[in-house]
Design a protein around this ligand. Sequence first.
Ligand SMILES: Cc1cc2nc3c(=O)[nH]c(=O)nc-3n(C[C@H](O)[C@H](O)[C@H](O)COP(=O)(O)OP(=O)(O)OC[C@H]3O[C@@H](n4cnc5c(N)ncnc54)[C@H](O)[C@@H]3O)c2cc1C
Length: 440
Amino acid sequence: MREGEGDGLIPLKSGDTVCILGGGPGGSACALALMQEGRRQGIDLKVVLFEQKRFKEHTQYNQCIGVLSPPLETILREMLGLSLPPGMAKKEMAGYCLHGDRLDLPLTGEETGHTWAVSRADFDEFLCDRAIEAGVEVINNRVTGIEISAGDVLVYSEGRNCRAAAVVGAFGLDDGSAALFEEATAYRRPDHLNTIITRLYPGDDFLKQMGPVIHAFLLSFEGLEFGAVTPKQDHLSINIAGRNVSSRVMLNFLRSAPVQRLLPPQNYREKPLHYFRGKFPICPARNLFGHRYVTIGDAAGLMRPFKGKGINSAILTGVYAARTMVRLGVSRKAFQSYIRDCSELTGDLWYGRALRFLTNLSTRFQFMDRLLKIGGEDPVFMACLFNSVSGHLPYKTIVRQTATFPVAIKIVRELVNRFVLHTSLRPGPRSKKGEAGLTP
Ligand SMILES: Cc1cc2nc3c(=O)[nH]c(=O)nc-3n(C[C@H](O)[C@H](O)[C@H](O)COP(=O)(O)OP(=O)(O)OC[C@H]3O[C@@H](n4cnc5c(N)ncnc54)[C@H](O)[C@@H]3O)c2cc1C
């Protein structure tokens, strides 16, 4: 153990600086919470946030779809004293539809709170501006190095450097920044899925007819774990995720029958399509905190492993980390309390993994349509599908609510049909484009 890395908590005191690497929702929320909590505890902190993007300029793309789902408004209000400004929410989403290879199932269920589609750059700018108003110094430069010693931290950037009592890694899944942390600490980046995202501009009439419904696709084709089509204010955001997704997999996805049934006819589509790459973490990072450092949001891999709600998790973990630093300190020992605060996310990990594993098995063995059929008939299984796709309940609760005898019997019966008797499903009647029926 190095000097200063003992069992102490290393509490922050007035005049100390905390440096945050990354000004996405996690970093900005953490910065704002540090200022607010510092004032509450009578500690006058300096918070310096490095963010390479200038959100106002809208010149850098963000891979995120920008769906803010419950309880985001509650988190903002109760943890940061914020509410979404008028005009931020571009569209209220009103439901979900799950698509298999041949069947679609509009999901019914209830969410407490609103699901809004926003522009991610606007949302990031809003949070970052609130941090600046609270006294946070934002430096629009890329961080290029970190040194952590027993007594302090030095953060290098393409512009100014910053000496601090602690550094917060809020850099998402940026490979370069993860490498900086891995070099300077025992941090190891989380495992992830790759994503490709594109946009279609089908026109107002088509968007109106489609309705504010998020379409999730669980299809049996190679390279794809899941896909989604989300109607936004003036376009459709289309994303796919998997270990090895590429533009070719995206093209196959777009050409697949279930997606073609939903998309506008060819002549209403913008060409050529522009593709963007992104990543989702699917498990926590290793050594995600330590002496004078802590990671939050995607960098920490602290999010629901399947239906992400990544913005919510980034804000929550940012606030938890800030509270720990102000109330307890910046040592490894102090950050044990941070990880305990994140137990709602970490405690759900194995359940989420199990559901992801079963979902992947179902698509691989072309069993998803059978599950949609059960969902159409059985309210308990419908609730399971709704809560999984909306991310409304923890996976632990979903698994416990669904593991009932009647549901198990139905699944076993369908498994026997699928694998032993080899019966086939007929797709149900489709009333109109984008609105499909399910064979009862
Ligand atoms: C395709 C896709 C769609 C998604 N859709 C949704 C959705 O609809 N709703 C939702 O809740 N979640 C969604 N997510 C997840 C969500 O985008 C993330 O979980 C969330 O952005 C994590 O926030 P963060 O603050 O941890 O990291 P980020 O938002 O990634 O922010 C990291 C910031 O750090 C900055 N940065 C990185 N390295 C440096 C450096 N060296 N120097 C300076 N700055 C640096 C970056 O510029 C960036 O602004 C989606 C993810 C993907 C891949």
